[in-house]
Design a protein around this ligand. Structure first.
Ligand code: KMH
Ligand code: ZN
Length: 279
């Protein structure tokens, strides 16, 4: 069944520095203002990485809680905290992200080379994240950087059961140097593998760097959803820097409307993902 398009905004990430990318939202005020504007344009989910007072990536528990509270107060967006953090973050801090009580959190389904670094996701760590989210009613978004991560997800669900809410949603993160390429062919291969997951599994896709537009078009045509934002894309077109996250959401919304799959509201997204609607 084809539905409207879930649009996730990933505004900050952990990789770009504020000095190199001045438009990156790094303070709580900047993040909330960005989230509000992206919601008004059509985003339904915000994928959140936070920064400290020096604009460096952090998983500080107080800041995470304040961020969840502020986003809930100022927007109706589904707040999805990153449990991936930065490649340097210890597993204990990444697990503790769940203590901040988000509606959703990311759960990366395997280790991947990540540029010059390694994004480490051991099997036991993945199982811990998945089962803690089940216990707390936090809905995961399974992050897929390579085709084999979908096989790992099938193994996880077979051994440890469905996530909270009973619905499975994955995000294909494509074009990371070291992961799968951001191509139509790779997306179609993933879509084939998603057919081995529980019926009704949904997917979104994001193309890092210059793969962003190819991945948007491939995902929409394959019935998928979209993630965009300055976590993944800081160049809008050749020689043109991204001015703001809103510019990327506006472009994704325009593509979704052209595909006759207009943006889903946050509550439509909650219903699709098995998240209780906010009262
Ligand atoms: N920053 C990357 C190392 C996630 O948010 O769950 C990991 C990442 C995935 O961004
Ligand atoms: Zn992330």
């Amino acid at each position: 069944m084809t539905t409207g398009t879930l649009i996730t905004i990933a505004p900050t990430g952990a990789e770009s520095s504020k000095a190199a990318v001045p438009a990156l939202p790094v303070t709580l005020d900047e993040l909330v203002a960005t989230a509000k504007e992206c919601e008004a344009l059509g985003a339904a989910i915000v994928h959140v990485h936070i920064r400290d007072a020096h604009a460096e990536p952090t998983l500080d528990q107080g800041r995470l809680r304040a961020t969840v509270a502020a986003l809930r107060q100022s927007t109706d967006l589904i707040v999805q905290l990153s449990s991936g953090g930065a490649v340097t973050d210890p597993e204990s801090d990444r697990l503790a992200v769940l203590d901040a009580g988000p509606e959703m959190a990311s759960c990366t389904m395997g280790t991947v080379n990540f540029g010059e670094d390694v994004f480490l996701n051991r099997w036991r760590f993945i199982v811990d994240l998945h089962t803690r989210m089940q216990e707390r009613g936090i809905v995961p978004e399974y992050e897929i950087f390579d085709l084999g991560h979908l096989a790992a997800l099938r193994r996880l669900l077979d051994k440890h059961g469905l996530p909270a809410g009973g619905h499975v949603h994955v995000d294909l993160v494509m074009g990371v140097p070291g992961g799968m390429p951001g191509t139509t062919e790779a997306l179609v291969a993933c879509r084939q593998a998603i057919r081995d997951l529980p019926a009704g599994t949904t997917f979104s896709a994001t193309g890092v760097g210059r793969t962003t537009i190819d991945v948007i078009l491939a995902s929409l045509s394959a019935g998928g959803h979209l993630r965009v934002g300055m976590e993944d894309t800081i160049t809008y077109a050749k020689g043109q820097r991204v001015e703001s996250n809103m510019q990327l959401v506006a472009r994704a919304v325009a593509f979704a409307r052209l595909a006759q799959r207009p943006p889903a509201t946050p509550d439509e997204a909650r219903m699709l993902l098995g998240i209780p609607v906010r009262s």
